[in-house]
Design a protein around this ligand. Structure first.
Ligand code: DX5
Ligand code: ZN
Length: 215
């Protein structure tokens, strides 16, 4: 069964603590945290101090998605801030393997992400090192974009490879998920489904229940 990972990028930061509590009360396990540096992606979101603050009141799995260049520079700091898992982009790392090993050494779950234009085959050599593979189904940088259907081909490839290699990584998808496409996405074998706008726009508990209905 697929799990939902609400992305706080779409939250109302004026009421962030309250909204995270509401998400937690629905029994959701993953909280997706999008960090942007204005270089790897055009926009800037938030960083360690915010994660440190919300860590104090949440026991959820902090799924920290680093959309930053050379994330190896900051692994320590994100670990200290309270990340449970760190996802780095293949496109952003000079040495992807070293970066994933670094995350692992900090006692956190290492994951890798790829942009829509990056062929999934390019990460085949790290599949045995990761907790999750995050397939971007929009161009990273902003919430509220349209789902790119071809990302599901990558999901199916990852599912096949996992079977073939006897591995156990999770497959996560991020961007453009809503109540109309979530059933099809889950049906393709995605394990963790990120949703920002579809969770935080309107009634959070109601939205989560609607999205989870088909999982
Ligand atoms: C995009 C982020 C996503 C984003 C998803 O760069 O990585 O996690 O918050 O937002 P929605 O669900 O609104 O497409
Ligand atoms: Zn994300």
């Amino acid at each position: 069964m697929a799990e939902l990972a609400p992305s706080i990028l779409a939250a109302d930061f004026n009421r962030l603590g309250e909204q995270i509590k509401e998400v937690g009360n629905t029994g959701t396990r993953y909280l997706h945290i999008d960090v942007m540096d204005g270089l790897f992606v055009p926009s800037i979101s938030f960083g360690m101090p915010l994660i440190e603050s919300i860590r104090k009141e949440s026991g959820m799995f902090f799924d920290v998605h680093l959309m930053i260049n050379e994330p190896a520079r900051y692994l320590d700091e994100f670990a200290k801030a309270g990340a449970d898992g760190i996802t780095v982009h293949k496109e952003a790392c000079a040495s992807l393997k070293e970066t994933l090993t670094g995350i692992n050494k900090l006692g956190l779950k290492p994951s890798v992400s790829i942009n829509p234009e990056t062929p999934v085959q390019e990460i085949e050599d790290v599949l045995d090192m990761v907790y999750m593979v995050l397939v971007m189904s929009v161009h990273p940088g902003f919430g509220g974009q349209k789902f790119i259907p071809s990302s599901l081909e990558k999901v199916r490839w990852l599912k096949e490879k996992r079977e073939e290699k006897g591995l156990s990584y999770k497959i996560e998808i991020d961007g453009g998920v809503n109540k109309n496409n979530i059933a099809e996405i889950a049906g393709n074998g995605v394990d963790v489904i990120v949703a920002g706008t579809a969770v935080f726009n309107g009634n959070i508990t109601g939205n989560i229940n609607t999205l989870k209905e088909v999982l």
